[in-house]
Design a protein around this ligand. Sequence first.
Ligand code: ADP
Ligand code: MG
Length: 319
Amino acid sequence: MGNPVIVCKNLTRRFGSFTAVDHVSFEVQGGSIFGFLGPNGSGKSTVIRMLCGILAPTEGSASIDGIDVVDQNARLKGRIGYMSQKFSLYDELTVHENLLFYGKLYGLKGEKLRARHQELIKLTHLEPYLNRRAALLSGGWRQRLAMACALVHEPTVLFLDEPTAGIDPVARRELWDLLFEFSSMGMTLFVTTHYMDEAERCTHVGYIYMSKLVVCGMPDELKNLPEVNPPGTRRVDVTCEHVTTALQQMRHLPGVLSATVFGQSMHLLLDPSINDQLILDKLRSGGISHADIHNIGPSLEDVFVALTDKHAQETGAVA
Ligand code: ADP
Ligand code: MG
C-alpha cells in the first residue's frame, strides 16, 4: 500500500436536471480493498462507470494509475477489469468456452491464450466446472466465472459492482476469500456492496448517500470519529422480543439520541441521562417484559447512520 491508484476530484454526473453523482472526491491506495457502500440509487454504479471510462463525467476528473479516465480511455482499458452488476456471460456456452471467448475478445491467441486460460482457472478454482454451461452454474460459481472473464487481460485494478448480490452466505464468504487472494497478489479492488459485514472486511470504505460522498476512510478510524461518539454518550445493544415495537418506544424516550434495528436487536445511542433501568421500565410499560442490554462500540453501520444524520442536518436533506 502507499500511492493512490484511484484518484477522483469533484467527480460529478448529471442526467438532465438530475445529479446522480455530486462532486465526489476520494483516493484509493494501491493494494487496498475499497468497499463502496450506499443505498440503492445513491450513485455507486455511476461512479464505477465513470472510473472505467464508460460514462463521461459532467464535471470533475478521475485517474487510475495516473491515467486520465476521459483523455486516455484506450490506455485505461488495459489496466482495469470491470465486473458490472449484470456481467454478460454466454449462458449457452460452457465455462471453458466463456473463458476462451473473453480471451479472444481481448486479443489473446495461441499459446498466450492457452496459458492465461489455465492461470484463470487456477486463480478462480473453476476446474471442476469447465464443461458446465454457464446457465447451469450456481450464483457463486457464476460470479467466479465473471471474475475470471474480467481478469483475462491481467488488470491491476478490478472493479466489482455488487459481486455478492443475491448469493447465499457460504458462497459470499468464499467469494470474499477469493478477493483476499487477488488482493494478496497486489491487485487493487473496488467493490460495491449492500452488506455491512462485507464492509467490515475492507481495508478502506466510502459511503455515498443521495449522490454525495458522506465519508471515506479505514473502518477503525471511522468508528473512532467524534461525530460517531459524541462526548458523554454510550451505545448499547438491546435484545428483546417485538424489536420493531420496542424501537418505536425507544424513539420516544427522551435521551435516546438514535435507535436503529440490527437483525434481532437494536442499537441505541444514549445521552448520560439514560441508564439501563429507564430502558427496561419503558419497554415494560409497552408490554415487553424482558430485555438484554449491553454496551457496545460502534459498527460500521452505526458510523454510516450517525454520519448520514449529521450530513442530512447540515445539507437540509431528509435522511
Ligand atoms: P446505485 O448503483 O448506487 O444503486 P446508480 O449509480 O445506478 O445507483 O444510480 C444513481 C441514480 O442515477 C439513480 O437515481 C438512477 O436512476 C440514475 N441513473 C443512473 N443511470 C442513469 C441514466 N443512464 N439515465 C438517467 N438516470 C440514471
Ligand atoms: Mg448499482
